[in-house]
Design a protein around this ligand. Sequence first.
Ligand code: PEP
Length: 241
Amino acid sequence: MINLSEFSIFFIANWKLNGNLSFIKEYTQLLKVNSSNGNCVVICPTAIYLNNFKQNEGNYYLGAQDISKYETGAFTGEISSKSLNEFGVNFCIVGHSERRQYFNEKNEDVKEKATKLLENEIIPIICVGETLEEKKNNSTLDVISNQILKGIPSESNEQNTIIAYEPIWAIGTGLTPSIEEIDIIHQSIRKINNKISNYKIIYGGSVNAKNSHDIISLSDVDGALIGGASLKIDDFNKIIG
Ligand code: PEP
């Protein structure tokens, strides 16, 4: 299993339901990963393409966007952590707000999925974040605390689990919290409990080539989860460069 403490900054590319074979071929030819600077770049395509990346592997790691909470059995359409491990996948996003919103994923599901991932030596990237309404109600920290306390398994620690703070209202909208707000919320997340105070906590939500530097320069931000901008190879190269 990868030891997270070996890296300083994480860049996780979440392709969502985008990409195809020719896109992958061009993307991997143009992708410029500098592995000597302590950066960890993870590409998360749709599961069916994971193996195509393996064939082209460069200085980046592979991640899945979701996983079954089941290991084996009569669960049509599911993919297990064990099979991800067989394909050399090192990371997996869990509890993304789109999974919570469109597929009714609950904190308890997130915990079960993360547990299965850890059992199979895969790093869970556990997503948390508030809606705009929750932000307006000043309940951001309550929402995140609940997601963290209920969604992170006891087997997790700072070397094997990443937390991604993603305000839902910032995902795919072009809106972001201010740099000061990101700084404060990341500091506050670390204080939710002692166990997570030294976790790698990355920020996600409309990260792009213009704002990424300021965001990842914050001392309590350990990287970024990037959706839309990770599909534009020139922008993504600038973000990870
Ligand atoms: C995401 O998908 O997690 C995300 C942050 O998307 P975007 O960068 O497009 O806001």
